[in-house]
Design a protein around this ligand. Sequence first.
Ligand SMILES: Cc1ncc(COP(=O)(O)O)c(C=O)c1O
Length: 463
Amino acid sequence: MAYLRKDWQMTDTTTSQTDAIRAQARDHLWHPLLQHQTLEERDLMVIERGQGCIITDSDGREYLDAYAGLWNVNVGYGREEIARAVYEQMQKLPFYPLSQINKPAAKLAAKLAEILPGDLQHIFYSNSGSEANETAFKIARQYARQKYPDENRYKIIARYQGYHGFTYGAMSATGQVGRRTKFEPLVPGFLHVDPPYCYRCPVNLTHPSCGIACVEQFETVIRREGPETVAAVVVEPVIGGGGVIPPPEEYMPRLRQICDQYGVLMIVDEVITGFGRTGKIFACEHWGVKPDMITMAKGATSGYLPLGACAVTPEIFDTFLGDPGQGRELAQVSTYGGHPVCCAAGLANLDIVLRERLWENAAQVGPYLQEKLRQIDSPLIGDVRGKGLMIAVELVGEDGAMLDGERTGRFGALIREEGVLVGKMAYAVAGSESVFCLSPPLILTQAEADRIAAAFQAALAKV
Ligand SMILES: Cc1ncc(COP(=O)(O)O)c(C=O)c1O
């Protein structure tokens, strides 16, 4: 409770005000993913404040936010220095487009180039992870046209269960079929291979004797399609919403080799994993892999303001150089990409991450939390896996399959009653989905990790 304020128990909102806000939301606010009809039987929380890892609702109830909002509030809630940086930048210059330079955008780009792995020197800003990925795909296709004018490289290979965003290109790369079907037809040219989901191996093999057959699928598909038609692969270093799936150690280096062999760009989507979540500043560092592009968002500002970015190597950037009139430049503009206030938030956020070395805390408290979760004596726990403070608990039924929807739903409600908020896999695979995801702020203490594990234990005992 280190972050508890004196006025914590006092909310700004009375019960009747909360009811009025709920009525406004019910009548006018279309929530993402939610089946609104369920609101006839249940209320959503009205979230009012946050401090550290704790959020409080308008009834004054506190929760440990073990999901950090949506995998993103890495530095925790209530960081005044970010608020101050934002306020000061708003007073100085609330907006000017990147047709010219604003100071925070330039400073942040230089800082990112310094801390990114490999040789990622050039930063294209956007407002979200989806847009960062859209940008990466467009860069990959234009790069291929300019680099290999005699070839027709446009295909992008991603993975089933991977998630890259909600916009058309990013959704087409996404391999969670339940998120795509109703919006088809999708953008042409996106292909998918199996994920490295060792707990339920999609090709029914066992690591390490499998020879990481799943990563070899990239090569198989590149060869079948013809390397001269493939522009890029895109992967999350650790699949996030698709069930927190860290790859075997050899996976990412092997993928890099395959990309090099066929002249295919390696795009690594670090929207969740970036800025310390997995125990390194960027997850690629775990394997010493140097991508051609990294996309980022979420932890870039810890959610205090929207900001996304796509970082590329000089090799790619230089392909976009040429005389004006040749049309080699990247013809894409987003009004708010590189917004000075969002970049000011990004700089203040990055200062905190680097000063407090938050990835080191993720590397310590993450494995501690995993161990605590593994120690829980419950037949419903099938698997605990993760990297740093990105962890999944997969619940199973008596037959070893994912736990049925009814008990999964009950567990979700019970753990919230225990005062801990967690995420859950959804729309990623067919049938019941009983993978619960933990992605707490990177400031999580061991005592808070104990509280999360205790909440799991208590909720599991009642399911
Ligand atoms: C790995 C990954 N990539 C991209 C996105 C899309 O980011 P956004 O929701 O900011 O568009 C997400 C969002 O959860 C994500 O988890």
